[in-house]
Design a protein around this ligand. Structure first.
Ligand code: B12
Length: 220
C-alpha cells in the first residue's frame, strides 16, 4: 500500500505536479501524521527522484526546483504540526545555522531551523553559501554556543573543514560547538570526523537533541 503511494508521489514529482503531490501526502497525513509522511513517503519518493535524476541528467533544473518547492510545502506542514504539539517553550539556547559555502540545498537546513525554534531555541539562520567567518562572527555577536552547518553534496561538505579550522584558529575549539548535517553525512558518517564536526543528526527532529547535547558540552 505505502509502496503504491510512494510510486504515485514519485510520478507527481516527475511531472512537477505540485497539487497532486500535496494531495497524496495530505491524504496519508490525515490517516497518520506529517512526521510519518515525511519519513515514509516524501523521503523515499525524493530518493527515487534523485536516482531518476542521476540516470537522466538532462531533466530540467526547473523540475528539480519544483520538487524542492513540493518538499518545502510538506516540510512546513510537518513543522506546523510539530509546533502545535509542543506547548511549553523554555529558552534552550542560541544557535547559528547555514548551508556551507557553495551549498544551495536549503530545505534540510530550514527544517532544522524550524524544529529548533519550535523547541525553544533562538536561531540565527544565515541562509545558503555561508563563509566560515560569517558563521563565527554571527555566533560571537549573538552569544551562540552551537553552529549548525548543512551540506547536501560531498564536494560542498568538504568546505565545512574550513569552518572547523577557523573555529580552532580563533581559539574557540570546544567552546563554539560544530553540528554538521545533510544527506551526505547520513550516507557517509565517517565524513563527520573528516570535516571536524562535533556531532551530527539524521534529521531535523534528532538535530534538536544534538544541539542540546552540544550546548551542554560547550566550555563557553
Ligand atoms: C530539491 C533538490 C535540489 C533543489 C534544491 C532546492 C532547495 N531549496 O533546497 C535545486 C533544484 C536548487 C537543486 C540544485 C542542485 N542539485 Co539537487 N537535489 C534536490 C533533491 C531532489 C532533494 C534534496 C532535498 O531537499 N532533500 C530533502 C531534505 C529535507 O533532506 P536533507 O537536506 O538531507 O535534510 C535532512 C537531514 O539531512 C538533516 N540535516 C540537513 N541539514 C542539517 C544540518 C545539521 C547541522 C543537522 C544536524 C542535520 C541536518 O535534517 C534534514 C531534515 O530531516 C536531491 C535528490 C535527493 N534525493 O537527495 C537532489 C541532489 C542532492 N542534487 C544534486 C545535484 C547534482 C544538484 C545540482 C549540482 C544540479 C545542477 N546541475 O546544477 C545543483 C547544486 C546546487 C548547489 N550548489 O547546492 C544531486 C547530488 C549528487 C551528488 N553527487 O552529490 C542529487 C542527489 C540529485 C541527483 N541524483 O543527481 N537540487
Amino acid at each position: 500500500m505505502i509502496s503504491e503511494q510512494i510510486e504515485s508521489l514519485f510520478q507527481a514529482l516527475k511531472i512537477s505536479d505540485r497539487i497532486a503531490a500535496n494531495d497524496i501526502v495530505d491524504e496519508y497525513a490525515i490517516k497518520n501524521n506529517y512526521e510519518d509522511a515525511l519519513k515514509n513517503l516524501l523521503e523515499p519518493a525524493l530518493l527515487l527522484f534523485g536516482e531518476y535524476w542521476m540516470k537522466n541528467p538532462d531533466i530540467s533544473l526547473a523540475n528539480g526546483y519544483i520538487v524542492g518547492k513540493i518538499a518545502e510545502d510538506i516540510l512546513l506542514k510537518t513543522a506546523k504540526e510539530y509546533n502545535k504539539r509542543k506547548h511549553e517553550k523554555i529558552h534552550k539556547g542560541i544557535a547559528v545555522v547555514g548551508n556551507i559555502e557553495d551549498d544551495y540545498h536549503s530545505l534540510g537546513r530550514r527544517l532544522v531551523s524550524v524544529f529548533l525554534e519550535a523547541s525553544g531555541w533562538e536561531v540565527h539562520d544565515l541562509g545558503n553559501d555561508v563563509l566560515p567567518e560569517e558563521f563565527i562572527n554571527c555566533a560571537l555577536d549573538n552569544g551562540a554556543k552551537v553552529i549548525g552547518a548543512s551540506a547536501m553534496m560531498f564536494v560542498n561538505a568538504k568546505n565545512i573543514k574550513k569552518l572547523r579550522d577557523e573555529i580552532d584558529n580563533r581559539g574557540y575549539k570546544d567552546k563554539l560547538m560544530l553540528a554538521v548535517g545533510g544527506a551526505i553525512f547520513n550516507l557517509r558518517p565517517e565524513l563527520v570526523k573528516t570535516v571536524g564536526g562535533d556531532g551530527t543528526a539524521l534529521n531535523a527532529i534528532s538535530a534538536v537533541k544534538l544541539f542540546e547535547e552540544l550546548s551542554l558540552r560547550s566550555k563557553l
